[in-house]
Design a protein around this ligand. Structure first.
Ligand code: PMP
Length: 431
């Protein structure tokens, strides 16, 4: 808070397309897509229209014992668009809750089918699934969750593969090591393992750590072999970020649970969904006195405003994918990213997949590593802010995640100013 309060605050007053304006009239490119949610730009006329239409009907009614057209339609559309085995959707209001619901459904399912000893969750190194206790337990982020370990439930983790990609060129190592470690955990724990939970394709919060094509298929095969649920956290990668609507659908994987949030309403309103299969659903059916029901509900579950916006945004994102526009944008973004990093010193790593990229910064040759308090990533983002660009650091890495509708000239603006910001900070630190 000491550092946070020392940075001049920025009050955003309005937005239009990929741009945001502060209260004193400065304009910024939203290179962080408002924490990875904004798909279609700010103030989108179509999303505004359906939202206003829904406000004119009803803004919120409970989903407890009632339903409404927006929620029912959204559930049906998600089932149509996702892999064939996913036939049921539970709504909530953020990514952490979508994960909590998947975990609790998995645990309760194993109880209902008389395998209550299946309680163990297995996650991947560096996994991040949110900040609530279940999501923390399933995750693996020391900085976010380490100090709360004493209150977390038991979980195991396996190493991630080492994969890099820029502009579609992929190099991957340690894939077998990762899968063999998972196999070893699952075979040791086959009686106790309930679920494997991972962020497929890209571990965003870990710093855009990638998995190579085919990795997910092998992982899904292991889950099936050891009778363990597969929970896919597509909170970041879902809804167009990688170029497809969902990673699992693009890779023909049928998970037991698919968790969506962030881009589901294109960054307009909080809504999340946990999709699951008929097999899971049916285990919860029974007379009232069987006690099989799933006792979990959030007050704003399936909020009609958010559901209407999500329906419209899914159609618009589908349009971007089907017209080839998203693919063209990603192609341009990849090329521009490659050009931007090519002349940069102080880069130890750079990865890009879909509309997400990261630059890992290091001191130049012969210079001692930066100290934690040097806050180089933060300084670069503040220098970018002065140049009209909003970005988010992760320690000494700079994450770039623009809205899906970013135009080519805006991509040029983004990388030109990011490069300048990096060079300015590096010069200041004389490295
Ligand atoms: N999973 C992933 C992959 C995420 O990136 C995030 C949020 N950054 C979450 C889960 C948690 O989502 P929320 O912040 O909406 O709770």
């Amino acid at each position: 808070m000491k550092e946070y309060c020392s940075i001049p605050s920025l009050h955003i007053e309005r937005g239009e397309g990929c741009w945001l304006w502060d209260t004193v009239g400065n304009r910024y490119l939203d290179g962080n897509a408002s924490i990875w949610t904004n798909a279609l730009g700010h103030n989108d006329p179509d999303l505004n229209r359906v939202l206003i239409d829904q406000v004119g009907k009803v803004s919120h009614t409970t989903y407890l014992g009632l339903s409404h057209p927006a929620g029912a339609e959204l559930g049906r559309r998600l089932v149509e668009l996702s892999p064939g085995n996913l036939t049921r959707a539970l709504f909530s209001d953020n990514g952490s809750n979508a994960i909590e619901i998947a975990l609790k459904l998995s645990f309760q399912y194993w109880q209902l089918v008389e395998k209550p000893e299946k309680r163990l969750v297995v996650g991947m190194e560096g996994g991040y699934h949110g900040d609530t206790f279940g999501a923390m337990s399933a995750g693996n982020s020391e900085s976010f969750h380490g100090r709360f370990r004493a209150w977390q439930f038991e979980s195991r983790s396996f190493p991630r593969p080492n994969c890099s990609e820029i502009n579609g060129r992929i190099t991957a190592q340690e894939v077998d090591r990762s899968l063999e470690a998972l196999e070893s955990i699952l075979s040791q724990e086959s009686k106790r393992a309930a679920a494997v939970v991972i962020e497929p394709s890209i571990q965003g919060p870990a710093g855009m750590m990638l998995q190579p094509p085919g990795f997910l298929e092998e992982l899904a095969r292991l889950c099936r072999r050891f009778d363990v649920h597969l929970i896919l956290d597509e909170v970041f990668v879902g809804c167009g970020r990688t170029g497809d609507l969902f990673v699992c659908q693009a890779e023909s994987i049928e998970p037991d649970f698919l968790c969506l949030a962030k881009g589901l309403s294109a960054g307009y309103l909080p809504i999340a969904a946990t999709l699951t299969s008929e097999t899971i659903y049916e285990a919860f059916l029974g007379d009232f006195d069987s006690g099989k029901g799933f006792y979990h509900g959030h007050t704003f579950t399936g909020n009609p405003l958010a559901a209407r916006v999500a329906l419209e945004s899914l159609e618009k994102i589908q349009g971007l994918i089907e017209s080839g526009r998203l693919k063209r944008t990603i192609h341009y973004f990849g090329n521009a990213f490659e050009r931007a990093i090519s002349g940069l010193k102080n880069v130890s790593g750079a990865r890009q997949r879909g509309l997400s990229a990261v630059i890992d910064l290091i001191p130049g040759n012969g210079v001692k590593p930066w100290k934690v308090n040097d806050r180089v990533g933060l300084e670069v983002c503040l220098a970018a802010r002065e140049r009209g660009l909003l970005l988010r650091p992760l320690m000494d890495s700079i994450l770039v995640v623009p809205p899906l509708v970013i135009e080519n000239e805006e991509i040029d603006f983004l990388f030109a100013n990011l490069k300048e910001a990096i060079n300015t900070v590096m010069k200041k630190k004389s490295i």
